[in-house]
Design a protein around this ligand. Structure first.
Ligand code: ADP
Length: 462
């Protein structure tokens, strides 16, 4: 079999792969991307961030209309869930077309629809429907992402996953009357709030006592009472099985405080986490893999300097935008001859839980600071006093900024409520670039936008 030589091969064509692929191709290097989807942008567009937000935004608009009913926006909007999913599909299709056009316009780069496995330090085999192709690669980026984790619970196959809910031409075409969500992580909680806003009766079952485990308990405590009280949240629940009801619905069996019980729903969403997808051959060539993923540091290099692991597969910050930045770091280091000259900052990646309302954080938050013995001073701003929040009847939540107690350098922050996903980017930029409370206090942020709360939170210290 002929072995083709390439400068870079990426395993996957998602956020961890294609930014580097394009950067290297632009610099005149030959690049192959391999992905079973045969399209760029990985799981984010296929079943993650983008389609879930297409559903979320329609649910939020519906909620806003209800909130402003009686303020000149009388009359209920009706919901057609089938059309909402068609809108989601159309957004996905539009973006796939856009990516296809970008690829067609690029030189030195080819996307192969297939699955890659590592044969050696420079050798990759790609299985396609037309057989196997072999490559000798000067550099490799492993960016195979992550996949839904299905726990070994009897009847788990009766549940839907985020893949089923959000993929193109998704499984659920009508709004279920009763939805049971297993898992109180960000995917489960977000989905619970979207469906509750659209009118579904939602029950969420969480194993531990805290929702969004792993996130700062202080932020979670602020968010929890703001969630739709119609969502029944049960913590300390251990799901033991899922069965069919005689009517064809789903019955979730669980134990809680040593009592066993069942709960019936029309649809059950299994959302207990994601796991890295490790290409075949990875450990065989000496690359260490833990439960979180492939072990890499900020240069994104594995133990072999010419093999990189970017995005969800390394488990460092499993978010699309983190993967994109990591991919660029890998590209820069490849262009530098695999001698690191660029490093990813894993600490300043904005993270948003897109619940209704949303909660977002970046950098050092109080729980982490306490664990590290770092003293903080907190600047606060309450959306109750915010003009935009008042205009939109969205006065819940607020902004908190965490500064080093001695230098007043911004170390992190969180936002719960209106525009959280937007504001956290600005806070993250400020923290990543070492701005202080004085810098933020002196900046004239725009009125009447919620961003003016950032300066006001800084000024609350003086
Ligand atoms: P990230 O944002 O971390 O790059 P994604 O999950 O969005 O991750 O994208 C990873 C892509 O890699 C997915 O489209 C997935 O199907 C693909 N993939 C997973 N395993 C392989 C493999 N062995 N060969 C090629 N592509 C793979």
């Amino acid at each position: 079999m002929a072995i083709q030589h390439v400068d870079l091969l990426t395993i996957g064509a998602g956020g961890g792969a294609y930014p580097a692929a394009f950067r290297l191709a632009q610099a005149g290097r030959s690049v192959i991307m391999v992905d079973p989807k045969g399209a760029m942008s990985g799981n984010c567009l296929y079943e993650g961030c983008v389609p879930s937000k297409a559903i979320r935004e329609t649910a939020e608009i519906y909620q806003s209309q209800q909130r402003l009913a009686g303020h000149g926006l009388a009359g209920a909007i009706s919901i057609d869930f089938t059309k909402i999913t068609m809108h989601k599909d159309a957004v996905q299709a539009r973006r796939y077309e856009q990516h296809a056009a970008e690829l067609a316009a690029a030189r030195n780069i080819k996307l192969i629809q297939g699955t890659a496995r590592l044969l050696g330090l420079h050798e990759v085999a790609v299985n396609t429907t037309d057989g196997e192709q072999r490559f000798h690669c000067a550099q490799i980026i492993i960016a195979s992402g992550s996949d839904v984790f299905i726990p070994p619970i009897p009847g788990a196959e009766l549940c839907l996953t985020s893949h089923d809910l959000y993929k193109p031409d998704s499984v659920l075409k009508t709004l279920p009357e009763r939805l049971i969500v297993i898992g109180g992580g960000y995917i489960g909680l977000e989905t619970a709030t979207f469906f509750a806003a659209l009118g579904t009766r939602v029950t969420l079952l969480q194993k531990g006592e805290q929702l969004l485990s792993g996130m700062d308990p202080g932020m979670v405590t602020l968010l929890t009472p703001l969630l739709d009280p119609a969502i029944r949240i049960r913590t300390g629940v251990d799901v033991t099985a899922v069965t069919l009801t005689p009517e064809g619905g789903r019955r979730v069996h669980y134990t809680r405080a040593e009592e066993t019980d069942t709960l019936d729903g029309d649809v059950v969403l299994m959302a207990v986490g994601r796991r890295p997808v490790i290409p075949v051959g990875t450990t065989e060539i000496g690359i260490a893999v833990t439960e979180k993923g492939i072990d890499v540091g900020p240069s994104l290099q594995t133990v072999h300097p010419h093999i990189y692991a970017c995005g969800d597969v390394n488990g460092r910050v499993p978010l699309f935008h983190a993967a994109v930045r990591q991919s660029m770091v890998a590209a820069h280091n490849i262009l530098g001859g695999n001698i690191p000259l660029d490093y990813a900052d894993f600490n300043h990646v904005p993270t948003t839980v897109f619940t209704l309302p949303a909660a977002a954080y970046v950098g050092l938050t109080p729980a982490l600071a306490e664990a590290q013995g770092i003293k903080l001073r907190t600047g606060r701003y309450d959306f109750a006093e915010d003009s935009r929040a008042q205009i939109l009847e969205r006065m819940e939540g607020g902004i908190q900024l965490f500064f080093a107690a001695d230098s007043l350098r911004l170390l992190g922050g969180w936002v719960v409520g209106i525009d959280a996903g937007q504001l956290i980017g600005q806070i993250g930029t400020a923290a990543a670039h070492g701005l202080t409370a004085y810098d933020l206090a002196r900046f004239a942020d725009q009125h009447p936008m919620s961003a003016e709360g950032i300066g006001k939170a800084a000024r609350s210290l003086f």
